[in-house]
Design a protein around this ligand. Structure first.
Ligand SMILES: [Zn+2]
Length: 422
């Protein structure tokens, strides 16, 4: 890749442009990407030809949805038919630095070497410690390169060996930690056991901690007790695409990186959905090595398009809401068990619950059944706030609520049951 000109150079200024202006620039870049991929990647040519589309038909972002979504299953099949990269590698193998394997199996050539979603240049002259694994899966090396892009000098620590990590962090005056929250907690504990005062004797100012459920209390503790600023910790990257979105210093969702186009689509039709609606994340990376145009991630989210408190105008993914296969579509909105779990967890009175979707006339109806762990004090206002929370999280109302006797709902059963017949 070194000798090749960068056909789709990173342009940091796109992050703060008015949306219409950015879309115009991205449209021009997209036209170039489509014709480049058509000429260089036989797998992509096959897909366009199969759909009866010519590269010239794609004139801008709004035409993108005409290209069929490339599913992970398609990629597994294509890689078997045209090994090893399914006809999507657009450069000779000699220009690939690394190959990774992800479940499927799918082989992923390593290509993009950029900072990606992170704010650039916050790390000049500082040392970061990266405790993600550097083997087999791409996390360690991808984050390493992103840290370089942010200006950091990286100590590639990898996992384990807590005592050594403590020593390195002290000796090199590490100011940025990347890894899981529990590993950072273990390092701090070890440092204290070794007789250090972590806040005084160490230089750790930032941490980017992710990869575990329930890391929130630890993040709070790092900030309150040790003065470490936790950068959201939310990054969205996949083995196939690389970095897609990441949180900023305002911690208000993950900004979509300007080296990719993210669409939220209806998983059945592949059509783009408007901002605010939940659908599948489909990504088009500006990638001259491995142009997986319209790659369906199978993950569900929604796009927030308002300008962020940090000043960036790029759209944000508030969070990943689960896998599209587990979601049920009710009155045009996707409802995922992870969303409903979150709503229900706010109501301690509910022991367990189940949602049943039916279609008695030509309208989807959603029945919420609950078992009480404890009876709510004021049933009326309790139900009202449950309805409100549900509507906020799922963007769709349930039609009726039933309280069942304890033991009626199978404790490990499915939480959303779709009984519709078409
Ligand atoms: Zn922001």
């Amino acid at each position: 890749m070194a000798e090749n000109a960068d056909l789709f150079p990173h342009d940091g200024s796109l992050e703060r442009l008015p949306a219409a202006e950015r879309d115009r620039k991205m449209s021009v870049k997209l036209q170039r990407l489509v014709s480049y991929a058509y000429n260089k990647a036989p797998g992509f040519k096959q897909r366009l030809d199969g759909a009866g589309i010519k590269p010239d038909d794609i004139k801008g972002l709004s035409d993108l949805q005409r290209i069929p979504v490339l599913r992970k299953d398609d990629l597994i099949r294509l890689q078997k038919e045209m090994p090893p990269f399914g006809g999507y590698l657009a450069v000779p193998l000699s220009e690939i630095d690394h190959i990774y394997q992800s479940p499927g199996p799918i082989y992923d050539p390593q290509r993009r070497l950029r900072a990606g979603a992170f704010p650039a240049d916050i790390g000049k002259g500082q040392v970061a410690i990266n405790t993600w694994s550097y083997h087999i899966t791409p996390a360690g090396l991808l984050i390493d390169r992103m840290l370089n892009g942010m200006g950091f000098t990286v100590f590639p620590a990898g996992t384990g060996n807590t005592e050594l990590q403590v020593q390195v962090m002290r000796d090199l005056k590490v100011s940025f930690f990347v890894g899981t929250p529990s590993f950072l907690a273990a390092i701090i504990k070890k440092a204290e056991e070794m007789g250090y005062d972590f806040k005084k004797d160490f230089n750790l100012k930032f941490a980017q901690v992710a990869g575990e459920m329930g890391g929130e209390p630890l993040r709070k503790m790092f900030t309150e007790k040790y003065g470490i600023i936790c950068m959201g910790g939310d990054n969205y990257l996949t083995a196939d695409i690389g970095p897609i979105a990441g949180s900023c210093e305002a911690n208000a969702g993950m900004h979509v990186n300007t080296d990719v186009i993210v669409e939220i689509v209806d998983p059945t039709t592949g059509n783009t959905l408007p901002p605010g609606e939940v659908g599948e994340i489909v990504v088009t990376p500006f990638d001259q090595v491995y142009p997986l145009i319209r790659f369906g991630t199978g993950d569900l989210s929604t796009l927030v398009t308002e300008t962020c408190a940090c000043g960036r105008t790029t759209p944000r993914l508030p969070k990943i809401m689960g896998r599209s296969g587990d979601a049920v579509r009710v009155r045009a909105m996707f409802v995922h068990p992870r969303q409903t779990d979150e709503v229900i967890s706010k109501f301690a009175e509910i022991g367990c619950y189940q949602i049943t979707v039916t279609r008695p006339a030509d309208r989807d109806e959603m029945l919420l059944q609950v078992e009480f762990a404890t009876e709510p004090v004021d049933r009326g206002s309790w139900e009202e706030s449950l309805r409100k929370e549900f509507q906020n999280a799922c963007k769709v109302r349930f039609d009726s609520l039933e309280v069942l006797a304890a033991g009626s709902i199978p404790p490990d059963g499915k939480r959303i049951i779709d009984k519709r017949v078409y």
